[in-house]
Ligand binder design. Sequence first.
Ligand code: CU
Length: 592
Amino acid sequence: MNQDYTTRRSFLARRLLPLAGVASLVPFVKASAKSARPELLTDPTNMPATPFRFTPFTVPLLKPPVIQPTALTPAPGSAEASLGSAAVYHGIAPEFSKSHPAHRPDWNDAALKTYKVDILHTTCRILPNVETPCEGYNAVWPGPTFISNFNEPCVVRVTNHVDTEMSVHLHGGHTPAHSDGHPNFYVHPTKTRDYYYPNIIPREHPGGAFDMSEAPSTMWYHDHGNDFTAINAASCHAGFHLFTDDLEKKLIADNVLPPTYGVTDVPLAFSDRRLNADGTQFWDPLNHDGYLGDLICVNGNAFPVMKVQRRKYRFRFLGAALARVFHFKMSNNTPFLMIGNDSWLLPQAVGATSFTLTPAKRADVIIDFRNAPNEVFLQNAFIQTNGRGPDKIDLGNAKPVMKFIVEGAPVANDITVKVGTRLRPNVPILASEIQRTRTFVFERRNGVWQVNNQLWDPRRADAQPLLNGAERWILINKSGGWWHPIHIHLEAHQIQSYNGRRPPALIASKSDTAVLEGNGVVDLFMKFRTFTGPMVFHCHNLNHEDMRMMKQFDPRPPGSPSPLTGASFSVPPEICGIPAEELADPNNHLFL
Ligand SMILES: [Cu+2]
């Protein structure tokens, strides 16, 4: 196993060192006084600055394309596309089978939609005149947007054309373990895997009706490969997966929310990048604190511009950065209307003059341009100098990250959502439902990131909640000033207290990522429904995740302990999707 570990780290270094090495040889091209860069970002890091001049706010905001269904050959679930086949090497989630005990007849209310995604080498234009090698889902960044309807299952066939093990996680999804994007359930290079998303939500009780308070709105998908998640994310593996149900469709039909993807309903993925003089991305493989770029990208382009009308827009903010934390405000100080946190709409819309977005968080936000000046900027008020987390909020010196050009007269019959508008009713988890309390301490020991004094180990189930049960988890940050946004897979959690206080309305109902600020404590309730594990929870500062700040839980029925005893990686092949002969292959990178 140590041999295996060394091999993987060597590979990692081979893949990444050219990026960092180039940077160290290239003299820093100092930005002139006319350059906009010093005004765009406070960047007192020790990393070399991106050595290109450019004019910000000239590149139109990119709207990720919507992926269209396509027929798959061989068909999902066929003998040719099953465990061990050559065509679709990894088969399909066992829950897909109608004979599987977890399968429910009402999962088949709609026909199966099928999609094809290829992980490809490609290039992107972070800056308009600089071609940057990257990778991407269907060669675009952000990846194509999925739009799924409740209870309309789909299969996404992913083929890996790059030379790294990949794993695709549907973040916010209520998904079988086979298709969840577990870090060790790979799509190996040259191989193909079917991800099955039933697009269902948890039920009120086992066998009962679906709990419609659980229907998500804004999920996203991204790489989750063991050890490689940070560099894979930096290589542009991320996209949106939107989800609708009758309740959200009615809000749109009633003109409460806007209808049109890409026009008045716009996804915004925020990340940061840093370029070398040859256009490649700067990357320091020895930086485990957290990657920071000096170019703020929105949907893949640095500092873009968007033309808008004088009306309300729905923006799906996504914290797609590896370690940067944003604190957003508008340059004209118009307030935001917050309608969703992470994957879910709020019970009612909440006003906010500014808000924080850590890695992995989503904020579903209405911005009203009705009274805006002809030019207005979205600004970031956090000053951040390293991966530790933001240093301070400086609202009076916020830096622009995106420009809006506001055109025309106020639009008639605008959407009606406002502070207090009721959106998605919330069914709370009650204290009386809690079966057990667990405490997880996040800290740095011996230079690596740990949870409860342990490193990530895929052979070990760190928690075995009862399937369909509820637990209280207390997440404690004992790593000084470091921030750790903790993402828990499988379903939403409910934050009971945030740093010892009642949580603000924005995070008081449903979240999938609990933010541990420096020395912070989050006390939460969570249910574990529908699917057995293994599932993971981890820091979403991706450099921390890769350096072992991750644990595993495995919901199991009473009397059915997890096979993950710590002795071996013993998840059945039909769950992990990897044939037995591959599991026994010493070149298979399942462990470290
Ligand atoms: Cu962290």
